[in-house]
Design a binder for this molecule. Structure first.
Ligand code: ADP
Ligand code: MG
Length: 625
C-alpha cells in the first residue's frame, strides 16, 4: 500500500523558506486552488522538454522511444489523484534537492510579497504567482513522488511528505522513465477526482501545453491538439489568441497587439508574437526574461531566445517555430547562424510593418502603445543606425497645436504652412512650460506648429535625425528667424519700441544689475508676449548637447545665457523710464527670474517672493498719495 504508513526514518527537514511557504499553502483559504494542477502539469511538460533536449545528443536513456504523454488518474474510492509523465525523471538526490528547496520558480517572489501583506490577504496572492510544486499542498493531505531518472544506472526513488516540516526519501520500484505524483486529497478537495472537473481545469489553465494530456489510459487528448501558432489565423478568434497569451505570460490584461505569421521562403517559420499590455513584467509573470520561445521541429530548444529580434524589440513576447533551425544550435552558435540571421531580419521587418500600419489605421491605440513602449523605438534609432530609417515613421510627438494628440513627423509635414521649410521643435522638461515658452512666440503668432520634446531621450533621438524627408529639424530656441514683411504689420499694434539710445541705456542697466548671472544682454525682435528670454550665447554648445550632458553627468552645469529683451514690450518700455534705481534693479531681477521660469527652471524663490512683496508695497504707497 502506498503512503499509508509514514516512515520515521530518513526524515529530511525542509529548508526554512520552504517551510514558510508550505505553512502558508497548507493553511490557505485561496479560492482558486485549481492552479495546483497547472503547476504540476507544467512541471511534467518541462520534464518532457528536457528529455527531448537530452535525446538530441544522447541516446543512452531509458525508454528512448516513448511518445510524450502526461496522464491524470483519479481514484474516487481512495480519494487520490495521480499525475504521471515520461519526462526526464529524478533520482534520489535530485528528488531531495528539487523538492526540498525553493527552486527558481515564482515561489520566492511569492514569499517576499507575502511578507509585506497580512495573513488574510496572502491568499489573494497565491494565484498570481507560480508557486510551483508546493501548490499541491493546498489540496493534499500528503504527496508521494515516485520517479525514475533517464539515466539507465540510476535507481527509482520515492519522495514523501505531509508538508509539515520534513520529507522522506526511500527506494522505489519503477521500471519506466519519468515521474508520478500521487496526491491524497484533503476531504474538501475531492472534486479533483471528478473527470469533468479535471477536463475543465486542463482546458482553462493548460490547454497549450505542447504535449498531450490524457485522463486515465484513454487515448483521447484533452488539451488543444495543435499548437496555436501552427494553426491558420482564419481558424482562430481574438479570444483564442488572448487565452494563449494569458496562459503563456500569466498577464491578466490583454495584449496590445499581435502578429501571427507563417512563411515558407526562404525558410520555413511560424511566429506568434505579442505586444504585451505593459513593458514591465509582473513579478508573477511566467516569462522571466526577455526573449522568444524557440521551437525547432516541435522541440523547445530555447525558452528565452534573444537572437531572433533586434534588441530594441525585446519587449515582444511570443513563440517562434521553425523546421529549418538546426536542433543543435546553441546560444553561442546562434549569432552566426545564417538561418537565424535571415529569420531575424524578416521578423524585425514584419514587426516594424505592423507598428507602421497600426500607427496610421488606429491612431489612438497606437498612441497608447507609444506612451508605454516609445522609449524602445527611440533606443533603436539611437543605437542601431541601420534600423534608423525604418523606425523614424514610428516616432510620435506632442505638439503646440494638437493638445494631447500624438503626431508623426509625416503628420507635421502635412500641416506645414505655405513657405515653411523646416520642422520646428523645442526641448524642455515639461509640456506646459514648453507650450508657453517665449522661444516659440514668433512661430505661434504665425500659427505654425512646434513639436514639444519633453522626454529625457528626445535630445538623443532628435540629434540623430537632423532631417525628415527634405526638411531639417531645428530647435526653435536657437533658430534665428529672419525678418519678414508681415512682421512689421503685426507689430504695429504693439506700442512703439524703444529707440536705439534708450535701448542701449537700458541694456547697460541690465548688465550692471545682473552682472555674472548672464553672459550678455541684447534686444531682440523675436518676442511677442514675453518681455525677455534666455538664449544660448553664440557658439555655445547646443541645448540638445546640454540636455544630454546633464543626463549623463551629474555635475554638469549649463553655460551662462544671453538675456534677450523685447524692446516693444510695455514692461520694458516703461522700465526704461524708471528713475528710482532700486526699483529698476528689482524689476530687472524679476525679468531675469521670469525668463528662467519660462524655461522651466526654478529661480531663488525666497528672493523672488521678497522682491514681489516689496514691489507691491511700493505700488500701495503710490496709491496713498
Ligand atoms: P520550477 O518548475 O519553477 O523549477 P517547481 O517547484 O515547480 O519549480 O519544481 C521544482 C523542481 O522540481 C523543478 O525545477 C524540477 O527540477 C523538479 N521537478 C518537479 N516536477 C518534476 C517532474 N514531473 N519531473 C522532473 N522534475 C520535476
Ligand atoms: Mg514548476
Amino acid at each position: 500500500m502506498t503512503g499509508s504508513n509514514p516512515t520515521t526514518q530518513n526524515e529530511i527537514p525542509f529548508k526554512a523558506e520552504t517551510k514558510q511557504l508550505l505553512d502558508i499553502l497548507i493553511n490557505s483559504l485561496y479560492s482558486d486552488r485549481d492552479v495546483f494542477l497547472r503547476e504540476l502539469i507544467s512541471n511534467a511538460s518541462d520534464a518532457i522538454t528536457r528529455i527531448n533536449f537530452e535525446m538530441l545528443t544522447n541516446h543512452q536513456v531509458i525508454d528512448p522511444d516513448a511518445a510524450p504523454a502526461i496522464r491524470l488518474y483519479a481514484d474516487k474510492e481512495n480519494g487520490t489523484l495521480r499525475i504521471t509523465d515520461n519526462g526526464i525523471g529524478m533520482n534520489a538526490d535530485e528528488l531531495a534537492e528539487n523538492l526540498g528547496t525553493i527552486a527558481k520558480s515564482g515561489a520566492r517572489s511569492f514569499l517576499e510579497a507575502a511578507k509585506e501583506k497580512n495573513a488574510g490577504s496572502v491568499n489573494d496572492l497565491i494565484g498570481q504567482f507560480g508557486v510551483g510544486f508546493y501548490a499541491a499542498f493546498m489540496v493534499a493531505e500528503w504527496i508521494e513522488v515516485t520517479s525514475r531518472s533517464f539515466r539507465p544506472q540510476d535507481k527509482a526513488a520515492k519522495w514523501r511528505s505531509t508538508g509539515s516540516g520534513s520529507f522522506t526519501i526511500t527506494d522505489a520500484e519503477k521500471s519506466d522513465r519519468g515521474s508520478e505524483i500521487l496526491i491524497k486529497l484533503k476531504e474538501d478537495a475531492k472534486e479533483y477526482t471528478e473527470e469533468f472537473k479535471l477536463r475543465d481545469v486542463i482546458r482553462k489553465h493548460s490547454n497549450y501545453i505542447p504535449y498531450p494530456i490524457y485522463i486515465g489510459d484513454s487515448e483521447e487528448r484533452v488539451n488543444a491538439e495543435t499548437t496555436i501558432w501552427r494553426q491558420s489565423p482564419s481558424e482562430l478568434k481574438d479570444e483564442d489568441y488572448e487565452k494563449f497569451y494569458q496562459s503563456f505570460t500569466l498577464d491578466f490584461e490583454k495584449p496590445l497587439n499581435r502578429l501571427h505569421l507563417s512563411i515558407d521562403a526562404p525558410f520555413q517559420m511560424y511566429a506568434l508574437l505579442f505586444i504585451p499590455s505593459k513593458p514591465e513584467r509582473n513579478m508573477f509573470s511566467l516569462r522571466k526574461e526577455d526573449g522568444l520561445q524557440l521551437y525547432a521541429r516541435k522541440v523547445l530548444i530555447q525558452d528565452y531566445c534573444t537572437t531572433l529580434l533586434p534588441r530594441y524589440y525585446r519587449f515582444i513576447e511570443g513563440v517562434i517555430d521553425s523546421e529549418d533551425i538546426p536542433l543543435n544550435v546553441t546560444r553561442e552558435t546562434m549569432q552566426a547562424n545564417r538561418v537565424i540571421l535571415t529569420l531575424k531580419k524578416i521578423l524585425a521587418g514584419k514587426v516594424t510593418d505592423l507598428l507602421k500600419k497600426w500607427g496610421t489605421d488606429e491612431k489612438e491605440q497606437y498612441a497608447a502603445f507609444w506612451k508605454k513602449f516609445g522609449v524602445f523605438i527611440c533606443e533603436g534609432i539611437v543605437t542601431e543606425p541601420e534600423a534608423k530609417d525604418s523606425l523614424v515613421p514610428l516616432l510620435r510627438y506632442r505638439s503646440l497645436n494638437h493638445g494631447e494628440e500624438y503626431l508623426s513627423l509625416a503628420d507635421y509635414v502635412l500641416e506645414m504652412k505655405p513657405g515653411q521649410d523646416k520642422i520646428y521643435y523645442i526641448l524642455g522638461e515639461n509640456l506646459d512650460t514648453l507650450r508657453n515658452s517665449p522661444h516659440i512666440e514668433t512661430l505661434k503668432k504665425k500659427g505654425m506648429d512646434v513639436l514639444l520634446l519633453a522626454d529625457p531621450f528626445d535630445p538623443f533621438v532628435i540629434t540623430n535625425l537632423e532631417k525628415f524627408q527634405d526638411f531639417s529639424l531645428v530647435n526653435a530656441a536657437t533658430e534665428k528667424f529672419s525678418e519678414d514683411a508681415d512682421k512689421k504689420d503685426a507689430e504695429a499694434k504693439q506700442e512703439p519700441a524703444l529707440d536705439e539710445s534708450a535701448s542701449q541705456g537700458l541694456i547697460q542697466r541690465f548688465k550692471d544689475t545682473l552682472g555674472e548671472k548672464v553672459s550678455d544682454v541684447k534686444t531682440t525682435d523675436r518676442l511677442v508676449e514675453s518681455p525677455a528670454r534666455l538664449a544660448d550665447a553664440e557658439g555655445a554648445i547646443s541645448p540638445e548637447m546640454q540636455k544630454m550632458y546633464h543626463l549623463m553627468q551629474q555635475d554638469f552645469s549649463a553655460p551662462k545665457k544671453v538675456l534677450e529683451i523685447n524692446p516693444a514690450h510695455p514692461l520694458i518700455t516703461r522700465l526704461a523710464e524708471v528713475t528710482d534705481s532700486d526699483l529698476a534693479s528689482q524689476i530687472i531681477n524679476q525679468v531675469y527670474d521670469g525668463a528662467k521660469i519660462m524655461d522651466g527652471e526654478t529661480p531663488d524663490q525666497f528672493a523672488m517672493l521678497t522682491r514681489i512683496q516689496n514691489l507691491i508695497i511700493s505700488l500701495l504707497d503710490q496709491q496713498k498719495t
